[in-house]
Write a protein that binds this ligand. Structure first.
Ligand code: PEP
Length: 251
């Protein structure tokens, strides 16, 4: 059965000391048996210290990005092997900010997905439409293309290492959330796509997170929907009290 998951994407926030401070609050305040798997994704420079300080806790560390190549002349980039060498086994790929500001295409993302899976990492694969797509009633089409072109070439077996995150771009960092019904509509659509591509058993096992202005006061309603298995949290993950309130929102 699929897992409930809450992942915090810290983006380009928190230096080393701030990372340690936020982690110590999270460690102190996280309930003993959370009803969700919990991930935090600090910046590259804090990954190693985050991994060290979270050893023995229920919180896992994820990276926010990685390069597809194993190694070589890619100045400024980080490989899957490097991430694994500091204990990181999960990576967020396809975040809308990477797609928009760093020109990450579906084709590039497909290569990153392959590199992560070949290295036995878990991929949190983000997808979602822009406001113009929703206004033009193209949101299903956009989501379908992003998944088909960036992810659905993987094998059935590799699906066990994939977590999906539906993040409508118009809801990210804007304070405007998709309604629980809007989230459920897309999640159900994606689960149907998973069923058609990989079969019912796999489709039922893949967690599909919602991301976009999730806060303590709306998490419960969104996570209460049948096909929403948790959240990818941006802004609210930078505050321990808010993030943990979201983690504790599962019934
Ligand atoms: C995100 O960037 O993945 C995100 C969901 O951000 P926020 O929660 O701030 O909208």
């Amino acid at each position: 059965m699929r897992k409930n998951i809450v992942a915090g994407n810290w983006k380009m926030n928190n230096d080393l000391a701030e990372t340690q401070e936020l982690l110590s609050h999270l460690k102190m305040q996280l309930v003993k048996e959370p009803k969700a798997d919990v991930y935090v994704a600090p910046s590259y420079i804090s990954l190693f210290s985050a991994f060290e300080s979270l050893k023995g806790t229920a919180i896992e560390v994820a990276a926010q990005n990685m390069h597809f190549a194993e190694k070589g002349a890619y100045t400024g980039e980080i490989s899957a092997k490097m991430l694994k060498s500091v204990g990181v086994k999960t990576v967020i790929l396809g975040h809308s900010e990477r797609r928009a500001y760093f020109n990450e295409t579906d084709e590039l993302l497909a290569k990153k997905v392959d590199a992560a899976l070949e290295n036995e990492m878990t991929v949190i694969f983000c997808f979602g439409e822009e406001l113009k797509d929703r206004k033009a009633d193209q949101h299903f089409e956009v989501v379908k293309n992003q998944l088909e072109n960036g992810l659905f070439h993987i094998s059935k077996d590799a699906c066990k290492n994939v977590i999906l995150a539906y993040e409508p771009v118009w809801a990210i960092g804007t304070g405007e959330t998709a309604s629980p019904e809007q989230a459920q509509e897309i999640h159900a659509y994606v689960r149907k796509m998973l069923t058609e591509k990989f079969g019912e058993t796999i489709a039922q096992d893949v967690s599909i997170l919602y991301g976009g202005s999730v806060k303590p006061d709306n998490a419960k309603d969104i996570f209460g929907k049948e096909d929403v298995d948790g959240g990818l949290i941006g802004g609210a993950s930078l505050n321990a009290v808010d993030f943990l309130a979201i983690v504790n929102s599962f019934e």
